[in-house]
Design a protein around this ligand. Structure first.
Ligand code: GLA
Length: 718
């Protein structure tokens, strides 16, 4: 028997990451290495790398597969979760794909290395096209398109991708959360079996996995190798870590399909969401790859992010022209550049029991329409934005009364209300067209630069009427299409993704949105954590961060303005506070924080995000360093009482060790300090130190009151 041809390899390299793909004997690619850049490797080196990775447990042809394929197949001795699940009435459930031509490797104009592999299982009437891309910033992404070529309908159960991580990646980090408390990190040793995080609520989730990371035990922001994956999808999904008895470890993800949700007739295809993956030494390097990716996208904002005034916590449903023009006046006075009218502007909507779906301006509250308010806002030099929740419908609405068949309903019954609302099934073309036309009409008749796009009810039990078939996938794709259509119709329109706060934060929706509302909680203490981890995925300019009122509405805690503003300036700054209740002194202090944000906005939004691995958990250190490392700004926040009198020495990550920096403590507002306690001489006049000293030795910090923060600036001096 002739020997099979030797395996071919592709070695993709970018920004310190290597991906070695083995393309052996007609099978789908196997990742032999994903991690640290291995440098130039010859063909022989690559073959040897593959040989070195081969393990034989028994001298038998039926060994357990010794490497992790990107789409694992049972038929090739994979004993864990398969990549493709599905069947034709019970048949063809275990496909085995053979490539139908050579892998096509190319480089796109932006420098992305791209590999396309086509394969088929002729006996199962299935074809697959697999796309693998390595972005110049080192972000890897994969997706597949599965096609049925014959036979009965193929009912797809799952199409998941996997990537290997090495044995030293023995600790997992992922996230959970709830309303007003998103992105709670959870860590655990990498267990044997499957650690799977599933979402079946039709949106990414307040409890989203966000990033699933596997790393060297104890990995933190600046040390320890980490491998992370994220699914770019806003519907049902599954992300998991799997460890097998042969030592294989992997991270995988895919859409979570309900039974029968994707049924492929001959000639039909389905394309998976992209699975994104990044490796780095320390989490900050992983983050930098995601940030570089988003910043390179065609729709990435190029103009400064406007300071936003949002009306929600200022007036809730108490809207009136008089009240809101006064708020707009005060917003403009403190430096706001965009005014966003939140929930409550449309017909009948005086509280949250009613009227979602009726997207016409309320004649009761706005007898002359929104025109007078919009004109007033424009007159103050601000843009106007509007809150909408296009996928939702109240049972008490003209829309629900006219078209009850457009509401999701599985099994002939309507689902339970949540926040007194139901979901409009955008899988109905007429429902889609109806809401699209209403929104287009609003955009045509008003000068609206911005939509805050909310999504408050789960899509569990989401059946497409009248038959009740599962409808989340079709709905998710339609919601994307709707956003795309609106932006195409109104170029320059910006959309913020909100879902009861940070419930729809993912790289799928971020293909069309430029901001997320990170949380309905704007208590700065909670925000320290929520923002830290939201920004592990999204750059700061894409994350909405507001200054709230002195007493946080969601927690009842009170905080000085220095901590509220000192926390909010780190993202896309906004104000969500009834400024009519603020004193002139408070407004003046707020204005100086807004001015400080604007003066440093380019650095804050375009800089490299860094996090300090501080020795005391009570102290959070984070910052941004300019891309050419000549400037940096840091926050040192006490989220509890430090164990020591002061917060101790603070090391400033990300500076160039070989350059010299002048450090100082800017304080745009009044920052209360511990009276008479501890003097730190360098904070009086600043100091010049080599970067290596600042990064490795650090600086003693002023004593900090709990739930307060200070800033540190660093500027290169020559
Ligand atoms: C959700 C959002 C809030 C606000 C309200 C309005 O809860 O997250 O920011 O817009 O809806 O009803």
């Amino acid at each position: 028997m002739p020997l099979p041809p030797p395996p071919q390899h592709l070695h993709l390299r970018a920004s310190g990451t290597s991906v070695v793909l083995e393309l052996a004997d007609g099978s789908l690619p196997v990742v032999r290495h994903w991690g640290t850049d291995l440098g130039e490797l010859s063909t022989d080196d690559l073959s040897a790398l593959t040989t070195a990775g081969r393990v034989a447990f028994f001298d038998s042809p039926f060994d357990v597969a010794d490497a992790v394929p990107v789409l694992p197949e049972h038929a090739r001795a994979w004993i864990g979760r398969p990549g493709v699940e599905g069947s034709r009435a019970g048949r063809h459930w275990s496909p085995v794909f053979r490539t139908t031509g050579p892998a096509l490797a190319s480089t796109t104009p932006d420098g992305t290395q791209r590999v396309v592999v086509r394969a088929a299982d002729v006996a199962a009437y299935l074809e697959i096209e697999l796309e693998i891309e390595l972005h110049p910033g080192g972000l890897l992404r994969l997706r597949s398109t599965l096609t049925s070529t014959g036979g009965e309908d193929y009912v797809v159960g799952a199409v998941r991708h996997t990537l290997p991580v090495p044995e030293q990646a023995d600790e997992l980090l992922d996230f959970t959360g709830r309303h007003t408390y998103e992105r709670i990190p959870q860590r655990q040793p990498f267990p044997a079996g499957v650690h799977s995080r599933e979402v079946r609520t039709g949106r990414t989730g307040l409890d989203a996995v966000h990033l699933l990371c596997a790393g060297e035990p104890g990995f933190e922001a600046r040390h320890g190798q980490v491998w992370a994956v994220h699914l770019g999808w806003s519907g049902n999904q599954q992300t998991y870590a799997e460890r097998l008895h042969n030592g294989a470890r992997l991270l995988g993800s895919g859409e979570a399909l309900e039974h029968g949700e994707v049924r492929l007739s001959p000639g039909q295809s389905c394309t998976t969401p992209w699975m994104y993956a990044a490796h780095g030494t320390g989490l900050d390097e992983v983050t930098a790859r995601f940030h570089a990716w988003l910043r390179s996208r065609p729709h990435a904002p190029t103009r400064p992010r406007p300071v936003t005034l949002n009306t929600w916590e200022a007036v809730y449903f108490g809207q009136s022209l008089e009240r809101l023009t006064e708020l707009a006046d005060l917003g403009a006075e403190v430096g706001a550049e965009r005014f966003v009218l939140d929930d409550g502007w449309f017909d009948g909507r005086r509280d949250d029991t009613t009227s979602l779906g009726d997207w016409t301006v309320s004649p009761d509250v706005w007898p002359d329409g929104l025109g007078p308010l919009i004109d007033h806002v424009h007159g103050l030099g601000m843009e106007f934005g509007l809150w909408v929740e296009p996928e939702m419908v109240s049972q008490d609405s003209d829309l629900a009364r006219a078209h009850p068949e457009w509401l999701f309903a599985a099994g002939g019954r309507r689902g339970l209300d949540s926040r007194q609302q139901q979901v409009l099934d955008l899988g109905h073309p007429d429902a889609y067209a109806h809401v699209r036309d209403q929104l287009l009409d609003l955009l045509r008749t008003h000068e609206i630069a911005y939509l805050k796009w909310d999504h408050n009810r789960y899509l569990n039990d989401a059946g497409h009427a009248p038959g009740g078939e599962a409808g989340v996938r079709a709905h998710t794709l339609a919601a994307y299409r709707l956003m795309d259509e609106l932006v195409a119709a109104q170029p320059g329109l910006e959309i913020e993704s909100c879902a009861g706060g940070g419930g729809r934060v993912d790289l799928g929706v971020m293909e069309r949105c430029v901001r997320v509302w990170a949380s309905d909680c704007i208590d700065p203490l909670e925000r320290q954590q929520i923002q830290r981890w939201t920004m592990a995925l999204l750059p700061p300019g894409w994350v909405g961060t507001h200054v709230g009122s002195p007493r946080a509405h969601t927690t009842g805690r009170r905080h000085d303005l220095s901590f509220r503003a000192g926390t909010a300036i780190w993202g896309h700054l906004g104000i969500e506070w009834d400024l009519t209740s603020a004193s002139p002194e408070e407004r003046e202090e707020l204005a100086s924080w807004v001015a400080f944000h604007k003066a440093h906005r380019a650095l804050l939004h375009e800089g490299v995000v860094v996090n300090g691995d501080h020795h005391d958990e009570a102290v959070r250190v984070h910052g941004v360093v300019s891309p050419d490392r000549d400037r940096a700004l840091y926050s040192v926040a006490a989220v509890a009482r430090p164990h020591t009198t002061g917060p101790g020495r603070v090391r400033l990550p990300g500076l160039d060790p070989a350059r010299r920096y002048r450090v100082g403590v800017p304080s745009p507002g009044a920052t209360p300090v511990l009276e008479g306690r501890g003097v730190v001489p360098w904070t009086r006049e600043g100091l010049v130190l080599p970067g290596v000293v600042l990064t490795e030795v650090g600086l003693p910090m002023l004593p900090l009151l709990p739930e307060h923060s200070h800033l540190i600036s660093a500027e290169e001096t020559r």
